[in-house]
Ligand binder design. Structure first.
Ligand code: SAH
Length: 249
């Protein structure tokens, strides 16, 4: 049996209509789907009727499938002649461990195709009308994680000084520490902040606040993961009909 291909597919932030045509075509070719827990189960309906589905949730803190196990499983399936679709939320190469998986597959001599998806860090702000860059107010955008494997934190004070929009993934559990670090770096208390949970899905919720109020507003709203935190002047463009708990003054 010739070794088949593995596709690392980005499923986008949630709304199925944000899948790319390339993702749909790769899904249609797959014999086996390996699905992450942030991926809407409706993607299964886009694959072949006889497709085998393996759920490999990896959400922090919950029961999850070890990364090495997932890599070995993909290698075994590909060597057994199966075409594998590894379906991940957002983009597979943005905080998605796609890089680790590509390395493991290549080391095993397996052909890998990467299919980009729309990353939550851009889709979530857009879902409430926020452009991550805007010529009037920012020089760029920084995508950063609030949660690292070894527990170390990004240098928030330094990030505050970049003048870029900060888009924070996995930042909900450390939000107070993130805000304290940004304030230590000189970010003003009135800097607009938006938090968008379950972006692009029917149960999307968001809060628009300021740096000094964001922690208490998020707690009051009950928002939790998965959410994107956006910090920067661009948050002023948030649509007023996005059901914010607090409006930017
Ligand atoms: N590869 C993914 C990110 C995986 S890390 C991507 O490119 O989007 C998981 C984090 O992504 C979550 O903790 C959350 O911060 C963010 N996230 C993923 N889907 C989201 C959604 N629908 N709404 C808000 N945040 C989301």
């Amino acid at each position: 049996m010739p070794t088949k291909k593995v596709f690392l597919i980005g499923a986008g932030p949630g709304d199925l209509e944000l899948l790319t045509l390339k993702a749909i075509r790769a899904l249609e070719r797959a014999d086996v789907l390996l699905i992450d827990d942030l991926v809407d189960r409706e993607v299964i309906g886009l694959a072949r009727k006889d497709v085998r589905v393996i759920e490999v949730g990896k959400r922090g803190g919950c029961r999850s499938t070890p990364q090495r196990f997932i890599e070995r499983l993909m290698i075994r399936l590909a060597r057994a002649g199966r075409t594998v679709a590894r379906v991940k939320g957002g983009d597979p190469f943005v905080f998605g461990r796609g890089g680790e998986e590509v390395s493991a597959l290549r080391a095993a001599g397996i052909d890998v195709g990467v299919v980009n998806g729309i990353t939550a860090g851009i889709a979530a702000p857009a879902a409430i009308g926020i452009p991550v860059t805007h010529r009037e107010c920012t020089r760029g955008v920084t995508l950063v994680t609030g949660h690292t494997r070894d527990g170390s934190a990004p240098d928030w004070a330094a990030l505050a000084r970049t003048g870029t929009t900060l888009v924070i993934y996995m930042g909900m559990s450390t939000l107070p520490a993130i805000i304290a670090g940004l304030q230590a770096g000189g970010m003003p208390a009135h800097m607009p902040v938006a938090v968008i949970q379950n972006a692009t899905l029917p149960h999307q919720r968001s809060v628009v606040s300021t740096l000094s109020q964001a922690s208490s507003d998020v707690t009051a709203s009950g928002l939790g993961s998965p959410a994107i935190v956006v910090i920067g002047e661009v948050v002023r463009f948030a649509a007023t009909n996005a059901e914010p708990v607090r409006q930017v003054a």
